[in-house]
Ligand binder design. Sequence first.
Ligand code: UFG
Length: 343
Amino acid sequence: MKNKILVTGGTGYIGSHTVCELIGQGYQVVIVDNLSNSERFIVDRIEQITGTRPAFYEFDLKDAAKVDELFDKEPDIKGVIHFAASKAVGESVKIPLTYYRNNLTSLINLLESMSRHGVQNIVFSSSCTVYGQPDKLPVDESAPIKPAESPYGYTKQVCENILRDTIKSEGGNLHGIALRYFNPIGAHPSGLIGELPRGVPNNLMPFITQTAYGIRQQLSVFGDDYNTPDGSCIRDYIHVVDLAKAHIAAIDRMIGGKNKTDFEVFNIGTGNGYSVLEVIKSFEKVSGVKLNYKITGRREGDIEQIWADTTIANNELCWKAQLSIDDMTLSAWKWEQNYRKQL
Ligand code: UFG
């Protein structure tokens, strides 16, 4: 049995897939989640997939005393993968203080408690949103951080800085890796876990699968007049299972002492950009379902196009995304159908 890893937000979309990969690699996993945007049954599903039930604590990381208590109860945690955060761009514009309180306080509490308990390694969920619309594509890690488009995006920038400053102050006792995710989509090949948006989805992939299933009437494609080959926006979509594997590579790197500096940042994408219309085409091809969509106006705050330069992640983490856009759309569809059937 390998080391024990604490996964915050471990019942969430990316968290649950990462927990499965960790268990598959022989790690012992402890999950903490307040279930604010996920469901308890995900713990059962993780057990179904992996044959192992991870330890599960239900509480909010804003409660510093509970965070301390957790590290007391689980004294041999070797590293933390920190997913737990509020993540809806639009909502963050409406309730910015909730976003600042949730995302910053949770990280601060974790770091303070980690320091008190001698836990030295943390992987942080960051986002390509920190780059805004990059001047140069593909975007690499040295690209300037642009003024944030939303309070959510700003929390990612500030959290990276909180980590950087804290790591510096710890003089070698704390190591961190921030993974800047591009656009995670898709689901576990088992069809047992996947993205589970509450209410009307904000993101493209769940909106596509819900429309195909008949839950939404029509998908709106937000603009076809961008300066891209087909006029719709371009993103670097990455399969959530590939993304999950990047976290194992990051935690292994720090535990194995292979990190080059105490704080490192990696882009996690495929390196390929796909337009909204190309994602729809892939979905229609793999599912055989004709999607009801219409082109509408642009969505406020959308950037035109972004995709990753993943050279550093490929070389340093010895990790590379393997799965194709068709794998992503097909697995998302399988998950949507499985999930709806059992409701
Ligand atoms: N889109 C549509 N119709 C929809 C939903 C989305 O056309 O109903 C389009 C968007 O305009 C965009 C693309 O699909 O061009 C992807 O949109 P998503 O909302 O799925 O993803 P975003 O790129 O806007 O946002 C994602 C994450 C954020 C993160 C950001 C970083 O949701 O958390 O990437 O750029 F900050």
